[in-house]
Design a binder for this molecule. Structure first.
Ligand code: NAD
Ligand code: UD2
Length: 311
């Protein structure tokens, strides 16, 4: 089956990032197969009546299910993971099944079925606190501080082993802080933008952990999907992971100010103790990203927030 008609497998495709990628691929006529256990993702995120979409409700820790889903695919985008750092601290064994064994199952399935291109969602978490206060490049030494981060880094190493040993073509992305519609705000550990915008819209008090001067490198989901689609068909895969960020530091206080302007005000904002292990400044050096991909014009934070707030 030619690659042009073979489906793209997206593990975790019913989630925040995955479901936007599903939309983008269907829109250009690609067939998509989603494997997701719906532990966080939802059917509501997917156009289930679209003829080009197949949803397989299964666990990436189930090797047979991953193998069956991978057979006949042109490429894999491996997004499935328990994305909560806190969950990995509370249940390292359970989350390891999703966040590492899942990756190993994807590698094995691709080897078995001769599928070569795989995009992998790693995280800036692999850097720990290293590089804090300056732009973090991909050579920054790794210091995974949590089981979540350790599983992401281990997954990177296994993908690179399968590249050397079995000819896989992994594109490893280290996402900084992705935001946009469908990012689930329901957990205290959900993305800060999803939490702040939801609570501001509902007039519920907002809690800032720290003084609000901590900064993050926010990257809108539409811009990320643009890059992922390019990476699926890039003719050449160069070695080495790629940071995904705009190299722009935005503080939580700046974020709150932007939300306040868009909504015409904010609910009560309280400043509490910083979270244990919280990183104060996180900003990507994105030179490699811009060298390897045609970056879209960055979606300004205010525009991304408008999409979220429906304004
Ligand atoms: P998400 O929770 O919305 O998506 C993850 C999806 O994986 C969900 O649909 C969930 O149901 C599914 N899933 C979880 N465990 C599974 C399992 N065992 N088997 C099958 N499916 C399973 O989160 P997201 O923000 O879309 O994250 C996607 C990927 O990007 C994750 O790997 C996450 O670690 C990574 N990432 C995200 C960010 C960010 O800012 N959103 C930052 C760094 C890395
Ligand atoms: C993000 C990822 C994490 C990991 C890490 C790597 C998410 C949700 N988190 O963690 O998985 O990849 O990046 O660097 O994708 N905050 C508040 N109030 C709230 C919620 C958050 O003050 O109600 C603060 C929080 O303490 C932190 C900042 O906002 O200082 C950002 O928190 P986050 O969880 O959105 O993202 P981060 O960078 O801590």
């Amino acid at each position: 089956m030619s690659d042009a008609v073979a489906p793209i497998l997206i593990t975790g495709g019913a989630g925040f990032i995955g479901s936007h990628l599903v939309d983008a691929l269907l829109a250009v006529g690609r067939r998509v197969r989603v494997l997701d256990n719906l532990s966080m993702g939802s059917r509501d995120n997917l156009p289930l009546d679209h003829p080009g979409l197949q949803l397989i409700v299964a666990d990436v820790a189930d090797a047979a299910a991953v193998s069956a889903a991978t057979e006949g695919c042109a490429a894999v985008v491996h997004l499935a993971a328990v994305a909560s750092v806190q969950a990995s601290v509370d249940d390292p064994v359970g989350t390891h099944q999703s966040n590492f064994v899942g990756t190993l199952n994807v590698c094995e399935a691709m080897r078995l079925h001769g599928v070569r291109r795989v995009l992998f969602a790693s995280s800036a978490a692999v850097y720990g606190n290293n590089g804090e206060g300056c732009a973090i490049d991909e050579q920054t030494s790794k210091a995974p501080l949590t089981p979540y981060a350790a599983d992401k880094l281990a997954s990177e190493h296994y993908l690179e082993f399968y590249q050397r040993q079995h000819g896989l073509e992994p594109v490893i992305f280290r996402f900084f802080n992705i935001f946009g519609p469908r990012q689930d705000p329901s957990s205290p550990y959900s993305g800060v933008i999803s939490i702040f915008t939801q609570r501001a819209q509902q007039g519920m008090p907002i809690r800032v952990f720290g003084d609000g001067e901590q900064t993050r490198d926010f990257f809108y989901i539409g811009d990320l999907v643009d890059v992922l689609v390019q990476a699926l068909s890039a003719p050449v895969i160069e070695p080495g992971a790629v940071n995904v960020g705009w190299s722009q530091a935005v503080s939580l206080n700046q974020l709150l100010s932007e939300i306040g302007v868009l909504l015409g005000g904010l609910p009560e904002v309280t400043y509490q103790a910083p979270r244990a292990g919280d990183i104060r400044h996180s900003r990507a050096d994105n030179q490699r990203l811009s060298d390897r991909f045609e970056l879209p014009t960055p979606t300004p934070l205010a525009d991304g927030l408008r999409q979220l707030l429906g304004r």
